[in-house]
Design a protein around this ligand. Structure first.
Ligand code: NDP
Ligand code: 13P
Length: 359
């Protein structure tokens, strides 16, 4: 039995309590200052209000100000924030980490630099460690298709754990592996993290086709809004050829971008790329944004409709398009990405550049 501390009580961080509990560990779930109500609820009844699921009995909940106490004796720290919470994590959590205790993050995203570099979060966090702790904390991440609800329902789920040191990754796998949580290991952090961040961007791109087809059903009214914004609602006008073509184009562009950034581009056709793209198109939140935009709803209006929903696609599309521009890359090599950037950042209408797709 080990102590595992999860920092960030959002949906995915909290869902990691499933495999941790099934391995018999003591689990401490710490909220960010924004997670106060979640922590109150978990403390009172064990119920997680955004996951709408009961957390395992082994979970003890802590408010943000109890972070130091929750980290005492921990053998693994799981970072549960979204890309919007990475600065908070760097500022408030990094200074409290104990040397030698590994971090495993669920966060999917990349940070771009002025020269067009794309940095995965494990590298970014390592750079932001206080001087006296540099090199003393191994940062690792989880990448791959894993919808939080299903992990907590103990559905078969296969992911990668990535980090610089295979021996550390082996130890973390031993803490969390179960007969339903299948974990592969790799030291290709850029490959895995690049793919899983980019799939959020491209899940929006593929879902544009669903919204475009929905235009044929009628005006954008209450029924259309419900069909497009309710998780799991069936498509009103199901069409698959355009989605399949966009899916393939997404894999092609992900391969090019990940290779350019220094990762193994082949992963774009495997679990972190195609696998995670598939699950996000069918089960993720990003899908709703793509469908609304495809329906012809301007981005600012779509944002308003989806207020409160975590949408990382917007950030990743903006950052990666900016990085590719900074590198002087030919936009015709990434036509779907640049079209998505124009829709979000220049108010462009959805008009998929079909003639530019393919090799
Ligand atoms: N949901 C899923 O199925 C999966 C998600 N992921 C990844 O896991 C990460 C978390 O996603 P998920 O749990 O779904 O998202 P949630 O929105 O449920 O949780 C996000 C977490 O980050 C915190 N956070 C957000 N903004 C800030 C901020 N500005 N300062 C401090 N903390 C902040 C949240 O606090 P608060 O809730 O109060 O905003 C919360 O603890 C994402 O990067 C996502 O891509 C990976 C695999 C699957
Ligand atoms: O990353 C995810 C599944 O692996 C979840 O995607 P969304 O952010 O679109 O919900």
């Amino acid at each position: 039995m080990s102590i595992i501390t999860i920092v960030g009580a959002g949906m995915m961080g909290s869902a990691m309590s499933g495999p941790a509990a099934d391995n018999g560990h003591e689990i401490r779930l710490v909220g960010t200052p924004l997670d106060r109500e979640i922590i109150d609820s978990v403390r009172e009844t064990g119920f997680h209000p955004t996951l709408h699921q009961q957390l395992p009995a082994a979970v003890a909940a802590f408010q943000a100000e109890e972070l130091d106490k929750a980290l005492e004796g921990a053998e693994l720290v799981i970072g549960g924030v979204s890309s919007f919470g990475v600065d908070w994590f760097a500022e408030h959590v990094l200074p409290l980490l104990r040397p030698g205790v590994p971090v495993l993050s669920v966060t999917k995203g990349l940070q771009d630099g002025p020269d067009g570099t794309l940095t995965p979060f494990p590298h970014l966090l390592a750079e932001r460690l206080p001087e006296e702790k540099r090199g003393m904390i191994p940062f690792n991440a989880i990448g791959g298709p894993c919808i939080c609800f299903e992990l907590l329902e103990r559905r078969h789920t296969m992911v990668y754990f990535c980090g610089a040191d295979l021996a550390v990754l082996e130890k973390i796998r031993a803490l969390l592996s179960t007969d339903y949580y299948h974990i592969q290991l790799t030291t290709d952090v850029m490959g895995v993290e690049g793919c899983v961040a980019l799939k959020n961007a491209y899940a929006m791109g593929v879902s544009l086709a669903v919204g475009i087809a929905d235009r044929e059903v009628g005006e954008f009214d209450a029924a259309a809004a419900e069909a497009l914004c309710t998780p799991g609602a069936p498509d009103r006008n199901p069409v698959y050829n355009p989605q399949a073509a966009l899916f393939a184009q997404s894999c092609l562009e992900m391969r090019r971008i990940v290779s350019l950034a220094g990762g193994d581009g082949a992963l774009a056709g495997e679990l972190p790329g195609a696998g995670d793209l598939y699950v996000t198109i069918f089960g993720g939140r990003t899908r709703r944004l793509g469908m609304l935009l495809g329906r012809g709803i301007p981005f600012t209006e779509a944002q308003e409709i989806l207020k409160g929903v975590t949408l990382e696609a917007v950030v990743i599309i903006t950052r990666v398009a900016r990085a590719l521009r900074a590198r002087g890359e030919n936009p015709d090599y990434y036509p779907l990405l640049f079209h998505m950037d124009a829709i979000l950042n220049d108010g462009a209408e959805v008009d998929l550049p079909w003639s530019k797709f393919g090799r």
